[in-house]
Ligand binder design. Structure first.
Ligand SMILES: *Cc1c(COP(=O)(O)O)cnc(C)c1O
Length: 385
């Protein structure tokens, strides 16, 4: 989206891309087209191409166009959830017998999709520490179709070098998929670093208000976009018009929200670093984080997610989660309100006993955009008995 020669910036795209005022009424906000079907002008003559809302809906189209614009992609597709987007992607680009390299600490639900669902249909996978490029190269087989990256990872905040992984993937005729949920397109645009597909759980930062579940795929290649759009319709895991509308509403403030998430997370990380009840702080914004230099290269700032390890072990980690008050004890992340959780027993319980099991003393914070002093005070009382 441009104004003549001038290329619009991120926040302008977030507010305007796909969202021209409604031609009929002038409504500034795209209407919620809560309809399943459309009157046709004649047999086989759908008006503006809309015939059935699984195949196309104007509210979803507005969201899809906006998603493509803010990721710097050619085509965006919106789904019922992040996992619905992932499932559609895998069944579009992989066949039985194919192989995928996945992160050694992928989101628990992504791991479950590979281990408990896709594997039964003949899709093989190997978890690898993506920061170790030699290990990634060694894991590749002649059947590898996809390198699946998450950066930063959930919940260990590991960083993968997108440009380097894209090179390795393309040398082996594979696609690089990046789950960009933790960074959001405001902080990181994987397609610009060579990735082929961006995946989002728009439930998180993109929606940003903990009021809607959704997912997205964004691609730069038109042919791949066509193929995915075909499967989006053929498999049917679309999001509804109201969910699309809520997500679009959230996107308008993504840039300002992310700046505040980052401001607050930097203060929280600093506070945790100096605290005796904390043995380690995992935040890519800290110079001692092993992925700090790569993160600096590919991210605008370092995001609102922080994990830390409790010096007192698992029981202490659980107690901290239970004592927090302003930090709401709950799963999910990326909303305006701060959340705290124990990944081992909550979000990543499905990875227990697998190579992706997370440390038992780990606590994960989704740092919201409240007044930061209130967040620090809450952590202070939760950490000190
Ligand atoms: C939540 C999440 C998902 C799954 O998205 P849903 O919308 O819950 O289906 C995928 N990847 C990451 C990194 C997530 O945090």
């Amino acid at each position: 989206m441009t104004n003549g020669q001038h290329q619009f910036g991120f926040d302008t795209l977030a507010i305007h891309a796909g969202q021209e005022p409604d031609p009929r009424t002038g409504a500034v906000v795209p209407p919620i087209y809560q309809t399943s079907t459309y009157a046709q002008d004649g047999v086989g003559q759908p008006r503006l191409g809309y015939e059935y809302s699984r195949s196309g809906n104007p509210t979803r189209d507005a969201l899809q166009e906006c998603l493509a614009a803010i990721e710097g992609g050619r085509r965006g597709m919106a789904f019922a959830s992040g996992l619905a987007a992932e499932d559609t992607l895998l069944r579009t680009v992989c066949r039985p017998g194919d192989h995928v390299v996945i992160p050694g600490d992928a989101y628990g639900g992504t791991y479950r999709l590979f281990a408990r669902v896709a594997q039964r249909w003949g899709l093989e996978f190997t978890p690898v520490d993506l920061a170790d490029i030699d290990a990634v190269r060694k894991a590749i087989t002649p059947r590898t179709k996809v390198i699946w990256a998450e950066t930063p990872t959930n919940p260990l905040l590991g960083i993968a070098d997108i440009a380097t992984l894209a090179g390795v993937a393309h040398d082996n005729d594979a696609l690089l998929v990046v789950d960009n949920t933790f960074a959001s397109p405001y902080l990181q645009q994987p397609l610009a670093h060579g990735a082929d597909v961006v995946v989002h759980s728009t439930t998180k930062y993109v929606g940003g208000h903990s009021d809607v579940v959704g997912g997205a795929l964004v691609v730069g290649d038109a042919a791949l976009g066509e193929e995915l759009a075909y499967h989006q319709n053929a498999m049917g895991a679309i999001n509804g018009p109201f969910d699309a509308w809520l997500t679009l509403r959230g996107i308008k403030t993504l840039g300002v929200r992310m700046e505040r998430h980052c401001d607050n997370a930097e203060r929280v990380a600093e506070f945790l670093l100096g605290h005796p009840a904390v043995s380690q702080v995992l935040y890519p914004g800290l110079p001692e984080h092993p992925g700090h230099d790569v993160a600096t290269k590919q991210m605008r700032r370092f995001g609102g997610m922080i994990s830390f390890r409790a010096a007192g072990g698992e029981a202490a980690a659980v107690d901290i989660c239970n004592r927090a008050k302003l930090f709401v004890l709950g799963e999910s992340l990326g909303g305006v309100e701060s959340l705290i959780e124990h990944p081992g027993r909550m979000t990543h319980a499905s990875a227990a006993g697998s190579p992706l099991e997370v440390p038992a003393d780990l606590v994960r914070l989704s740092v919201g955009i409240e007044t930061v002093d209130d967040l620090l005070a809450d952590l202070e009382q939760a950490l000190v008995r």
